[in-house]
Design a protein around this ligand. Sequence first.
Ligand SMILES: NC(=O)c1ccc[n+]([C@@H]2O[C@H](COP(=O)([O-])OP(=O)(O)OC[C@H]3O[C@@H](n4cnc5c(N)ncnc54)[C@H](O)[C@@H]3O)[C@@H](O)[C@H]2O)c1
Length: 246
Amino acid sequence: MSLSDDLRFEGRRALVTGAANGFGAAIATLLSELGADLVLADREDGPLREMAGRLGALHHIYDQADSRTIDALVSAAGPVDILVNCAGILVAKPLLETTAAEARHLVDVDFLGVLHLMQGVGRSMVERRRGVILSIGSQTAFCGAEGRGIYAAAKAALSQLTRTAAVEWGPAGVRVLCLAPGRSLTRMTAETARPGYEGDRGLARVPLGRWGTAEEVAKLAVVLVSDAASYVTGETVIADGGFVLG
Ligand SMILES: NC(=O)c1ccc[n+]([C@@H]2O[C@H](COP(=O)([O-])OP(=O)(O)OC[C@H]3O[C@@H](n4cnc5c(N)ncnc54)[C@H](O)[C@@H]3O)[C@@H](O)[C@H]2O)c1
């Protein structure tokens, strides 16, 4: 099979969370162009409907902090071949300023919600003996994450969860991966990626000298969930312009 055949997704159903904006929207757009049948999920009704309409995809509103709505999403989506976990939030605060409620909510959305969705989708992938799960982690999981401590801890937990799921579900032919982007220009980073932001050492730490883009993340994500990466599992692939090296 050729590389270009490996990058086609006809006949495959992909569930993309956080699909109303940013990375999720870019990944959904690329998967749609490459032939995938899509189910898009998010908590934001208006932009999600618009995205789904544009791509001719199904859509479902849910809240990743609420396990009942995640169960409803799993039922509504039906068996999927690909799950891409993009839905997430950021708390950009130093540790000493982060409240317990903020920390708990972030862990609910960025870790426990992803775990719950992975369990729901993974169970049917293991039964059907096929599937790929990709979660969007973060470069912050690999360094002292100035001003993002709880977020970084939740993303590090996601990388570890990825390893265990890959080991437990690999014998059933299910691959599980994590993609850890550096700071990229999306709504989430509208404040921290703007020129002149002084909340951390920022851009000065990026050897490639610029922030990433949603399109760059989407291209790598699509390769990772495609058959071009059929022997890769359990890994967290970092795409950060070299940030964690410095
Ligand atoms: N932008 C970056 O620099 C960057 C870097 C590394 C990792 N990430 C991660 O990438 C993922 C996507 O981020 P983005 O930059 O595209 O941000 P974004 O804010 O543009 O998109 C995030 C999406 O998740 C949805 N979402 C948030 N909370 C939700 C909830 N409780 N239930 C359902 N949906 C919810 C939002 O509605 C939104 O559509 C996140 O997990 C984020 O942590 C982003």
